[in-house]
Write a new protein. Structure first.
Length: 286
């Protein structure tokens, strides 16, 4: 997925209360792709700053970018950039996959962040879990399209070499299967995500066991990260379906009831834009 070996260490460093820019900088610098992403974000109008003469300050160094963004924003931004990095780039003939995957990732993470305090679970841990749980889905989608293209090209070349015109014409009509891709995700995405989180060897952000429990379909204890993830995923799916008028209130009620959300959670989530990272320019920068 083109993620560096220090990704887990960086995520751990972000999760501790004593996180600081000076401790994050060398870890962020070890991920060359992260520099470009952070520079792009910090120079957007949302975070743009001006000097005493009103001129826009163009940020060009990693340390300045980290300082301008601030720790709390980085706790939201960096896990989302890790998932963005892992996302498939080419998904023809399904161009909306990346957009929907982004919405689902952010929606799940932001929803989990809001549910967690109602269970006295750290909001950052729940956000990171909601976001990083999508890594398996990203890997499955990338591998599916990569393998399809590889096998398809091989068969086309083979039929062309053997002058099998009918077979060649039939192969040209074959396209990736949406149903098969969905089935692969349902069966393997959480298992792959658990493998990846365990491989990161997180020492402070304890997500591996929760993801493995999810992958193994174990009963989710009320208020656990596993439980919060299930509730966040369900809520996000409903919001995505509702935004495209593909679900009715009558359909939703039993789904929400089955999840047994904590008191006031659904009322609170109604007013939350779960598809946008809740980053703030007003944070006191380090």
């Amino acid at each position: 997925l083109n993620l560096g070996d220090d990704t887990g260490t960086l995520l751990d460093a972000l999760s501790v209360r004593a996180a600081s820019i000076s401790k994050l900088e060398p870890l962020a610098a070890s991920q060359p792709w992260l520099y470009d992403e952070l520079i792009q974000v910090v120079n957007t109008p949302q975070f743009r700053r001006r000097d005493s003469k009103g001129r826009t300050i163009v940020v060009e160094t990693l340390r300045t970018a980290l300082s301008f963004l601030g720790i709390e924003n980085l706790r939201l931004l960096i896990p989302s950039l890790v998932v963005k990095r892992a996302m498939p780039q080419i998904t023809d003939p399904f161009p909306c996959i990346k957009l929907k995957l982004t919405q689902y990732s952010q929606g799940t993470a932001v929803t989990a962040k809001h549910i967690a305090p109602l269970y006295k679970v750290r909001a950052h841990d729940a956000f990171a879990f909601g976001m990083l749980s999508q890594l398996g889905r990203c890997a499955i989608i990338r591998l599916y399209f990569k393998l399809f293209d590889k096998v398809h090209l091989h068969l086309l070349q083979e039929s062309q070499r053997d002058k099998e015109r009918q077979r060649h014409e039939a192969l040209l009509k074959i396209a990736p299967s949406a149903n098969y891709l969905i089935a692969l995700q349902e069966e393997f995405a959480d298992k792959v995500a658990a493998d990846m989180l365990e491989h990161m060897m997180l020492k402070r952000l304890f997500l591996g066991n929760a993801m493995r429990n999810c992958a193994d379909n174990l009963p989710a204890e009320q208020g656990s990260l596993h439980n919060i993830l299930e509730q966040a995923r369900t809520y996000t799916k409903v919001r995505m379906l509702h935004s495209t008028k593909l679900v009715s209130i009558a359909d939703v009620k039993p789904v929400f009831k089955a999840q047994n959300y904590p008191e006031r959670a659904l009322e609170k989530l109604k007013s939350v834009d779960i598809f946008t990272l809740p980053m703030s320019k007003e944070e006191e920068f380090s």
